[in-house]
Design a protein around this ligand. Structure first.
Ligand code: FE
Ligand code: MN
Length: 330
């Protein structure tokens, strides 16, 4: 199969004929979502940030999320280019990986824009992943999952190697982009719904729309590898993936309780934890694993915003909906 191994018939430089239509669809959906952060005015946010409308908890919530995302976007971009690109050789998948890498550049640009507009000291914001244990632990957790394939000696030769690649993909697509991003999305969108920091909230909405495609592509890629290498995804490995996702939920719960220590906007940290459990159950389902939590979505307005429905279960269907254009329409 041509996904991970090229041969005379599957040259990584010859994208036609297409073997994986789903990868092309993600590419086209990504292009339809084009945006840049400068389109979103920040004047109102700057006024709020410099005034005294915001409570200390609201400020902390904004800082924690800017601190986490500002470096997480770079970690994700680096993983695409420095770790997985080499091993996923199907040209239409690589085309999407390049598109995703560009979107991660847009996301890192967004945090430069936010940092500059609000007048943060760069070291204050970008140092948070060293300084704040709950942020550092999330980043460290996914980076550890990529250690094997980051080794320059790594070659994709046997089943254990395929498993190493799957572990990296689960780490970045399912855990980082699929779980660790979602408490932050919910927090920033909750603020926006109350007319606090609406410019940043809108930037997070655009990022979230991109991320839902990233997660979708990552899950489809994982599931395609599973189909082509069924010996790699054993019951034991499935149990390991569940453990990883459950540990991620614990780390995300710690982060949510710290970032949002008391009721902000009528929402307490426990609701963010429930939301993360709900999202984690969805991720398990996308990987054809049973739910771990059975937690209801405490924020129904988030599913409208995220349009989680677009993340169809690979095992049921491979249809991906098309976006209508570059503007944000949920
Ligand atoms: Fe991103
Ligand atoms: Mn992403």
């Amino acid at each position: 199969m041509p996904l991970l191994n090229h041969d005379a018939e599957h040259d990584p430089n010859k994208i036609l004929p297409i073997d994986y239509d789903w990868a092309r669809e993600y590419y086209r959906d990504g292009v339809a979502n084009n945006w840049v952060p400068e389109e979103i005015p920040m004047q109102e946010d700057i006024t709020q940030w410099n005034g005294d409308d915001l409570t200390d908890s609201e400020r902390q919530l904004v800082e924690w999320n800017l601190g986490f995302f500002s470096t997480a976007e770079s970690l994700t971009a680096n993983n695409i280019v420095l770790a997985i690109y080499e091993y996923v050789t199907a040209p239409e998948c690589r085309q999407y990986l390049l598109r995703q890498a560009y979107e991660e550049a847009i996301h890192t640009d967004t945090f430069i824009y936010c940092c500059d507009s609000l007048g943060f000291e760069p070291e204050y914001l970008y140092g948070m992943y060293d300084r704040i244990p709950s942020i550092r632990e999330k980043d460290q957790f996914v980076v550890d999952l990529t250690r094997n394939i980051d080794d320059p000696e790594f070659r994709l030769e046997d089943t254990e190697d395929v498993r190493d690649l799957l572990r990296d993909l689960v780490g970045f697509y399912v855990v980082m982009e699929g779980v660790f991003f979602y408490a932050g999305f919910a927090m920033m969108l909750a603020l926006k719904r109350r007319n606090r920091m609406v410019g940043i909230g809108q930037q997070f909405e655009y990022i979230m729309r991109d991320e839902s495609l990233h997660v979708g592509f990552g899950v489809d890629l994982i599931n395609q590898i599973r189909k082509e290498h069924p010996e790699a995804w054993t019951d034991e490995f499935g149990a390991e993936v569940r453990d990883l996702i459950e540990t991620a939920v614990d780390l995300e719960a710690t982060y949510a309780r710290e970032a949002c220590p008391e009721d902000v906007l009528g929402m307490g940290p426990e609701q963010f934890v429930e939301y993360v459990e709900h999202v984690a159950d969805r991720r398990l389902g996308q990987l054809d694993l049973d739910e771990s939590y059975g937690t209801d979505n405490p924020f129904p307005w988030m599913s409208e915003a995220v349009d989680l429905n677009k993340e169809k279960n690979f095992f049921e269907t491979q249809v991906t909906e098309y976006q209508s254009g570059g503007s944000l329409e949920w």
